[in-house]
Each structure stands twice: as C-alpha cells, then as structure tokens.
Design a binder for this molecule. Structure first.
Ligand SMILES: Nc1ncnc2c1ncn2[C@@H]1O[C@H](COP(=O)(O)OP(=O)(O)O)[C@@H](O)[C@H]1O
Ligand SMILES: O=C(COP(=O)(O)O)[C@@H](O)CO
Length: 577
C-alpha cells in the first residue's frame, strides 16, 4: 500500500515538487508539468509526453536529452488537463512544432486533443499521437482501441530521437506511428495497487492465482491462472507476444527486437532478472536478436505486483533511434556530447486568471448567486460520495472517479465564488467554473464536466435572468456536447446514459409549461432511474471496456455521479423558490 503521503488529494502535486527539486540538472518546473532544464534546442521539434501520476518514471522521469522535451503531469491516474498540456507545450516549443504523445486512454485523448486545437489556434504546428501497445486490451482487428502501457518508452524514444536528429514534425510523427505499429506488450499481475489514502487495493487476485493481461491503473486482468514459476511466467509473456507479430515481421527467426521487462511496482529487480534470464533464452531460441534490453521499473502503478514484457520489432532506422544516447532522470543510455547551451523557448501559462469579468445585468448576477449555491451543493454531494464513486469505478476501471470529481467540483466551486465576488453574471460564473473543473480534475470526467458547465454558461449568458427554457436548452446543448466530445451514445454505459434522458425529460417538461423546479425534479428522477439501469449494461467505451463482464451488476461511476448531482441541484432549486 502507499504509506507515505500528507493530504491524498495533494499527492500528485507534492510528488512532482519533490521530483523537480531532486532533478534540477535535467528538468525545470512549469505550470502543468516539467520541461528540459536547458530548453529545447532552437529549431528542433518538441516532443511533449504526458499522462496521469502514479506511473513513475512515466512521464516526468523521461524528460531530458534524447528523450522528451517536456511532460504534462496529471493527478493520480488521471490525464493532465488541456490547459496543463498546452502550458507545457508552449514552454517546450522552439519554433519547429510540437508532437504531443500519450498512452491511449479516454481522458488523455480528450485533453491532448483539446490542447492541440488550442495550440493550433495560437499558430503552433502541432500533432498528437496515442501509443497502443497493450495486446490484452483489444484484439488484433481493433489495435486502435488498445491501451498504452510500457510500450510508451520505446515509442516515445523513437520519436524523440528522430526529433533530436533534426527531422521535421511530420516525419517525427511518422516515426512514432511506425515504432508504435511494431511495439507490443503483455502483462501479468499478482495484486492490485492501493491509491494514496485508500484503505484497500483496487483489485485483489485470489491467493495462488495471477491476473493475465493487466492494465497500468490497477485494472484487473482479462483472465486468471495459477501463479507460475518465474520460468513459466517468462514462457507465457514471450509465447503470447510471439503469437502476434506485426506486419513486416513474418517470423521471429533472424529478427531484431528492443526488449523491455517492466516491473509494475512491487516486483523487485532481482525477481525481474530471474524472469529476464528465461525471456532472453526463449527469444534467442526463437531466433530473435535482442538489442539494448531494459529490465526495471519503467511504467508503474504504485505498489501493484505485476510484470509486463514489451517487444519493439526493429528495422535499421528504429534500431538507430532505440540505441541513440539519452540522459533523463530515469533513463540513460550512451554518451552525449557537451551539455546543451540553454535556449529560451516559449512561455508556459502563468497560473492566474486576471482577465476582467465582463459586465452583467443585475438579474444575471442574482442568478449567479443561485448557481454558486448549486455548485456548492454539487461539491458537497460529490465529497460525501467520493469513496463510493471510487469503489464503483474500481470494479472495472481505475478507481479514481471520486478523486477526480472531488478535485473538479471543489475547484469549480472556488472559481465560481471568486467570479461572483468580482460581479460575474451566471454565464461567466459557469464558464470560469467549467475551466477550473476541467483544469483541476483532468481525466475523462474532467473534460466532460468542463463541457457540461460551459454549455450551461453559454446558454445562460450574462444579460438576462435565466428562464426555464434557457436552462433546458443549455442542458440539451451539454448533452450534445458530451456526445460530440466523447463519442459515446446511449447504451455504451457512460454518463451519456443519464445525460440524454435527463436533458430530454427536462426539455419536454419545460415545453409543456412545467415550472423549472418541478421539471428538474422529473428530470432528476429520470436520471436516477437511468443511472441504476446502467448496472445491466456492458461498457463499450472508456476504461471499463476491456473488463466488460466484471462491470455487469454495477452501475457506471460517471452515470451515478451525474444522477447524484442532478438531485443535489434540485434541492437548491426547491429551496430557492
Ligand atoms: N467516451 C465517453 N463519453 C462519455 N462519458 C465517458 C466516456 N468515457 C468514459 N466516460 C465516463 O467517464 C467516467 C469515468 O470518469 P473518470 O473517472 O474521470 O475516468 P478516467 O479515469 O477513465 O479518466 C465513466 O464512468 C463514464 O461515465
Ligand atoms: O493515468 C492515466 C489516466 O488516464 P485517464 O484516461 O484520464 O483515466 C493515463 O494518463 C496514463 O497515461
């Protein structure tokens, strides 16, 4: 379990502070993460990686010469927010464009995508790339759905070394895609991790059994077998990966491969070496020539007891890039020339929002006070249910739903209170709350809740008192916006299963002339029924998808939290009238 922490909610920020203090030779801290201490050499493509905390050395430990130029660092098991990513990318950009790289998780895809749009709007040439090496998370016909695990390292390194060679942005992107297409990982686990402050591990494996096909967020495996000996484990890992050779490698005989044997947290180095001994022998037996193997902790999951094996099937170019020197806090290889002369790159965001609050009508300012009360009620409800939300999310996901919702709703409440004190109308107050939620929570739900509050803010505006029709229109737009952004539809077992009936019921009741409080009550009831009904669905989106059967009988965490929130807001509307 994770024993040393202060406030669990501050764990990721405090860990990053300590990491930066310990590694000033390589990195400097910027809003949202870290960049190379010496900056990005002028005219070099900047490779900016990122993801949730809890995976060290991914991602901050991989920043330095020969590897990433910057890393955006999210909360525990939650993607960094679009604002964090944009800030790190701006700080790393040296005029030749930015490649944003991350593992393929819903939250990362949403936030890195939004950051890329914003950067492009500012005139930065930017591309995104999601690593998909985990073969247990989707079949060979569905490789684009796969998660990124320890294959992050060889894929990030190939792209970064290509950038270091001076290649232009689109060629660096092509190298990333080529390395990813030739990288496959597979893992096993004996126990799940315990998040800071949590009393129990995210999942447990029965005594004497092991989970096959683990994820790096303590997601349970896709199957279970008896605990193997080290040699049997090696045979399973190697045998599974040799069964799925990438296009362009017809046989292992005579092929060359970069090999990464990764410990997830509590499998220690000597155990890894015992396994590696047989991994190396089996690969040699199959005719594979191993190039610069890595055995150690490269992408972790707190104290999870697990091991994964990654093979990157090399060609001449990938081999050159894999062998290229690198000097980062957690990954060093070969010898680099003299230290880079520090370069001035772009500026990261500063943390303060000092843009003036636009003028608002008295009626809108009055409505803003009610919205703040509603946001306080939302934050209180989320706080009271945070543990329950985490437990539900842990059944088939990564157990962080309560943590993320708490951080997001608390930040939204604070930003709303600040905006009200500055005389904001309801629209501006909601827009500032939206930005704060998305920025502080990160993760899938952070991006989606940012969209919900922003849609409501746009519908209410700062000019008039909000009418029931405007509120209903805002909720309808929020529902459409979440579906556009996340790509989920009703039946996929996500918050969309609740948002759609909630929006539709509210709009129908308001159209019938029902007063807002009663219409909201009816809609909240529809939301509660729909949330409970998600227990009978199989997930088709998000992290729960690979563990579909495990989630049967449990509602979706995001659907449940949304229903709780609609009810909390109803209580505020009822008291207000
Ligand atoms: N594509 C999607 N569209 C809408 N909602 C989604 C989508 N993917 C996941 N979700 C919702 O997000 C919730 C998880 O939120 P969060 O804990 O922030 O996720 P993660 O840890 O995967 O980033 C899920 O329970 C689900 O309701
Ligand atoms: O830890 C991670 C979580 O991603 P989400 O999709 O936000 O849950 C991920 O960043 C690992 O790369």
């Amino acid at each position: 379990m994770t024993r040393l922490f202060n406030d669990p909610a501050a764990f990721a920020d405090e860990a990053l502070e300590g990491f930066t203090a310990a590694h000033r030779r390589w990195v400097r801290s910027v809003t949202g993460g870290v960049v190379r201490a010496a900056g990005t050499p002028r005219g070099q493509v900047a490779v900016v990686i990122g993801g949730g905390s809890g995976h060290y050395p991914a991602f901050s430990g991989l920043v330095g010469r020969g590897l990433a130029h910057g890393a955006a660092v999210g909360n525990v098991f939650a993607s960094p927010s679009a604002r964090q990513i944009r800030s790190v990318a701006r700080a790393a950009h040296a005029g030749a464009g930015v490649l944003l790289m991350y593992g393929n998780y819903a939250g990362d895809v949403l936030h890195f995508g939004q950051a890329a749009e914003r950067l492009a709007g500012e005139g930065v040439d930017v591309r995104t790339f999601a690593v998909t090496d985990d073969i247990s998370s989707a079949g060979p016909a569905d490789t684009a759905q796969r998660r990124g695990i320890a294959g992050d390292l060889p894929v990030f390194k190939a792209a970064a070394a290509a950038a270091e060679e001076g290649l232009p942005l689109d060629e660096v992107l092509a190298v990333a895609a080529h390395a990813n297409a030739r990288t496959r990982s597979f893992g096993i686990a004996f126990s799940g991790c315990t998040l800071p402050g949590a009393g129990e591990p995210l999942f447990t494996v029965p005594e004497g059994r092991m989970a096959v096909g683990l994820g790096i967020h303590g997601e349970p495996g896709i199957g279970e077998e008896a605990v193997p000996t080290a040699d049997e484990a090696a045979r399973l890992l190697v045998g599974t990966l040799l069964k799925e050779l990438p296009d362009g490698v017809s046989t292992p005989e005579g092929a060359r491969a970069a090999v990464v044997l990764n410990g997830l947290g509590s499998v220690k180095y000597e155990e890894l070496f015992v396994v590696y001994r047989t991994v190396a022998a089996l690969l040699a037996e199959a005719g594979v020539e191993i190039v610069d193997p890595e055995v150690g902790e490269l992408v972790t999951s707190f104290d999870m007891a697990g091991v994964s094996l990654t093979l990157t099937w090399l060609d001449d170019r990938l081999e050159r890039l894999w062998r290229a020197p690198a000097d980062t806090p957690a990954h060093r290889k070969g010898a680099l020339g003299a230290d880079e002369t520090p370069t001035r790159t772009g500026a990261a965001d500063d943390d303060s929002d000092d843009t003036p609050v636009p003028a608002a009508s008295a009626a809108s300012r009055e409505a803003a006070a009610t919205v703040l009360t509603a946001l306080r009620a939302v934050a209180d409800t989320v706080d009271r249910h945070a543990e329950e939300l985490g437990r539900i999310d842990a059944v088939a996901g990564d157990g962080d739903h309560g943590i993320g919702m708490r951080r997001g709703s608390t930040a939204a409440r604070r930003a709303a209170a600040d905006a009200l004190a500055l005389g904001a109308g309801a629209g501006t107050l909601l827009t500032r709350a939206a930005d704060a939620w998305a920025d502080r929570a990160g993760g899938t739900s952070g991006a989606l809740w940012g969209t919900v509050l922003r849609a409501l803010g746009t519908a209410l505006g700062d000019d008039d008192a909000p009418t029931a029709a405007r509120v209903a229109a805002g909720v309808t737009e929020a529902s459409a916006g979440v579906r556009r952004l996340g790509g989920a539809e009703v039946g996929d077992k996500t918050m969309v299963d609740v948002l759609v009936p909630f929006a539709d019921t509210l709009a129908a009741a308001v159209t019938d002339g029902t007063p807002l409080t009663d219409a909201w009550d009816r809609a909240a009831h529809a939301a509660e029924t729909a949330a409970a009904a998600t227990a009978g669905l199989l997930p088709r989106k998000g992290r729960a998808r690979p563990h579909a059967e495990k989630s049967l009988g449990t509602p979706d965490a995001g659907a449940h939290s949304l229903a709780l929130i609609t009810r909390a807001v109803h209580a505020v509307l009822r008291n207000d009238h």
